[in-house]
Design a protein around this ligand. Structure first.
Ligand SMILES: Nc1ncnc2c1ncn2[C@@H]1O[C@H](COP(=O)(O)OP(=O)(O)O)[C@@H](O)[C@H]1O
Ligand SMILES: [Mg+2]
Length: 141
């Protein structure tokens, strides 16, 4: 997998492969920020990463759930901030306090991306007809 490269026209099975390659690079404490419109594939990609980290039971529709906690190789904290509108509401979830305890994955991170560690992986999703474009950027502090 190439960081900083835009993979175009990715099918779901392409996403499975990419998620697997990314998952092998992850360590406890890593932060992944998922950017992109509704339906762009953020949850799908997140769930594939979780599966590669050994998570057995994955909840399918986190749009109604602010935080899903999973146990795998490391704990995974999967946030979906779509319905929140203020940074305070997000910080009240305890996202900062949990950073060191596992892998943090955030959909709709815009409200709080300035509060999160500068060292992070940013993932940008775009619709491309029935497929998706995806760019994975490894931001070093
Ligand atoms: N690479 C892909 N190609 C085609 N369909 C995809 C792809 N990735 C995800 N999908 C599908 O798109 C829909 C929305 O995906 P989802 O991950 O829920 O989007 P988001 O979390 O960004 O709102 C789901 O039905 C999912 O199966
Ligand atoms: Mg989603």
């Amino acid at each position: 997998m190439k960081f900083g490269f835009e993979y175009k026209n990715q099918s779901k099975s392409d996403f499975v492969k990419l998620a697997k390659e990314l998952a092998t690079t992850l360590k406890c404490g890593d932060v992944l920020l998922m950017y992109g419109n509704l339906g762009a594939g953020k949850t799908y990609f997140t769930n594939k990463i979780c599966a590669c980290l050994g998570v057995k039971t994955i909840v399918n529709s986190p749009s109604y759930i602010l935080l899903n906690e999973y146990e795998g190789k490391w704990d995974v904290y999967h946030y979906d901030l779509f319905r929140l509108s203020a940074a305070d509401e997000v910080l009240d979830l305890g996202i900062i306090e949990r950073l060191k305890d596992g892998i943090t994955i955030v959909e709709w991170p815009e409200l709080i991306h300035d509060y999160l560690p500068k060292k992070r992986i940013e993932i940008y999703f775009e619709h491309n007809n029935d497929k998706r474009n995806i760019k994975i950027i490894n931001v070093e502090a």
